[in-house]
Design a protein around this ligand. Structure first.
Ligand SMILES: [Fe+2]
Length: 570
């Protein structure tokens, strides 16, 4: 049975679930190269079908994670008639994503790839937060009773929802409308700090450990919804959102950000970030922990964009209130297509076992032949290295910066060893070097490590299986000086632990590096140019390689080096 999931909106995406298993999932931004692309995910749909040798005729159902009225995919283009009304910003603001779904034309332009859906194929709507909940429940590997929490800015008018997952079914417990939105609150602080709402929240989280929440204690209270005993006790009338489309992506603004900006000037950026993070953690706990008690469970699953906040996830795990803690790693809206498709699959097949995921490598891959053709066409010097893991490990041990392009692209915001930039984390200054030469980003932002799963207890306090960089852990004392380039200001790490079976080539590379340096752990950051999506295609990797200070580009077994002697030796 083939279920196609299609999410249209912030972080548009498409996925294919075959007999309950996710076999393809990709965000449209990876093709359009516009980060958070919100247009109809036509390229993503094309990839899902083509990679499985399917056409729309082979699809048993289409799942759409939205309550908005839905028409066929070929009608999702946002076309206007010739007498388009002039609309104010505020008018356009009203749920721009839904406009993609309105019937505005019956035929798309000829040059747009069309995916006509046979009339016999059901098109099933799955509410936004139910799709988030399903992405967590149906990938967690157990049907046992659990509390599912979904939190984001807003989706279908809901910002937080509590669910009971049990016996393969998801039952709603409570939903909160936008006046409870901790996502809006955190996004508003992000805007006040000078970054984009719905994009820069990770920077706010990264800045927070440099501040002291006590130096701004209470000053953000009037902007943040408050919870007690699992219920909303202080709602916020947010002054927004105003939204628009810029560069292919939805953007948001709230007037609250102006008032918060005045507080930033008064109290300092890092202290405001720290207070925002403290409030997010405190209020999330006031919401989640009472519901765990009420449901009499210590089993927690989470999804929704707020759970990309790895520090919040760490606090929940460290609280000792949960025995099992599963966060769907593609927690933001680009994970909605998967959630909707899995929900529809399990509705159509009640009683089927709940699967697990062992990777997020669900995107496009390029064969050795394809990669070599791209290199030859561009007349680039390269060479083929047989034991590329050993070779690259030696380069990394010499503090070279390596772009590592292998296999299928990761789904979700994190690079997990297939579209990664790698460097040794054994020298503190490597963090500054990679920031200045390659990533061109704020010096305070931390980098994450990939480490051998077998070594997790050497590095991580209170370690549990964490394969997807979705929770931070405190770094064990003796290791903090050994891998300083990935230890954050608060002595935490946000790790990907790599099991050999999940990614043999990446595991071997880290293992080889460990043999050379004593630390089976590498700094791993996403392969992309600043402010662009993670790289998908070899040609983009080449462009990236020559656009910054990377030393090596390794695609499959092919190695490009800026050290001409090294290339000539091949
Ligand atoms: Fe969402």
């Amino acid at each position: 049975m083939n279920i196609l999931g299609i999410h249209i909106g912030h972080d548009s995406s498409a996925c294919l679930v075959r007999d309950g298993k996710i076999v393809a999932d990709v965000a449209e931004e990876r093709f359009t190269r516009a980060k958070h692309c919100s247009g109809p995910p036509l390229s993503a749909v094309g990839y899902c079908l083509e990679s499985q040798n399917l056409t729309m005729k082979d699809i048993d159902a289409v799942a759409i994670p939205s309550n908005a009225p839905v028409v066929a995919l070929n009608e999702m283009l946002d076309l206007k008639g010739p007498r388009q009304e002039k609309r104010s910003l505020a008018g356009r603001v009203e749920d721009q994503a839904r406009r993609y779904l309105k019937r505005t034309t019956t035929k798309p332009p000829l040059y747009i790839k069309n995916f006509p859906l046979p009339d016999s194929v059901p098109l099933v709507r799955v509410e936004h937060h139910l799709a988030h909940a399903a992405s967590a429940y149906y990938t967690g590997g157990t049907a046992e009773k659990q509390l599912i929490v979904t939190m984001d800015g807003s989706g279908d008018g809901v910002c937080i929802a509590l669910w009971r997952g049990e016996n393969g079914r998801i039952e709603p417990l409570q939903k909160f409308s936008n006046e409870a939105s901790l996502g809006f609150f955190y996004g508003n602080v992000t805007e006040a700090l000078g970054w984009w709402h719905g994009d820069g929240e990770g920077k706010t989280m990264g800045l927070a450990p440099y501040g002291d929440p006590d130096k701004a204690r209470g000053v953000l209270d009037r902007f943040c919804p408050k919870f007690s005993g699992g219920q909303l006790v202080e709602p916020i009338q947010f002054r927004g959102p105003y939204s628009w489309n810029q560069g292919g992506a939805m953007q948001w603004h709230f007037d609250d950000a102006y008032d918060i900006q005045a507080l930033v000037h008064k109290h300092g950026r890092e202290h405001i970030a720290a207070e925002a993070q403290r409030l997010l953690e405190e209020q999330s706990k006031e919401l989640i922990f009472p519901w765990l008690e009420k449901e009499k469970t210590r089993n927690l699953s989470c999804s929704g964009g707020i759970f990309l906040n790895v520090k919040l996830n760490q606090r929940v795990w460290e609280s000792g209130r949960v025995d099992r803690h599963w966060i769907y790693p593609n927690a933001g809206d680009s994970g909605l297509a998967v959630g909707a498709a899995l929900h529809v699959y399990h509705q159509m097949n009640p009683g089927k076992p709940i699967g697990t995921i062992d990777s997020l490598y669900w995107g496009p891959e390029y064969s050795e032949k394809q990669i070599e053709a791209v290199l030859q066409l561009r007349q680039l010097p390269y060479r083929r290295v047989d034991n590329v893991e050993e070779y690259v490990a030696r380069q990394l041990a010499e503090d070279k910066i390596v772009a590592w392009f292998q296999g299928r692209m990761e789904s979700g915001p994190r690079a997990l060893g297939n579209r990664s930039i790698l460097m040794s984390s054994n020298r503190k200054e490597n963090k500054d070097i990679i920031n200045a030469r390659v990533k061109f980003r704020e010096a305070f932002r931390p980098f994450c490590p990939s480490l051998l799963w077998e070594s997790r207890h050497d590095y991580l306090e209170n370690a549990r299986d964490e394969f997807f960089m979705i929770t931070s852990f405190t770094c064990k004392g003796p290791k903090r000086d050994k891998v300083p380039a990935v230890v954050h200001a608060d002595a935490t790490l946000r790790p990907q632990t790599v099991q050999q079976t999940f990614n043999p080539r990446y595991w071997t590379l880290i293992n080889e590096f460990g043999k050379l340096t004593g630390e089976p752990l590498l700094l791993n950051t996403s392969l992309n140019i600043m402010s662009e999506p993670v790289i998908n295609h070899p040609r983009e990797a080449i462009r990236c390689f020559y656009d910054n200070g990377l030393d090596l580009l390794v695609m499959g077994n092919f190695v490009l080096s800026k050290d001409k002697q090294q290339t000539a030796r091949g």
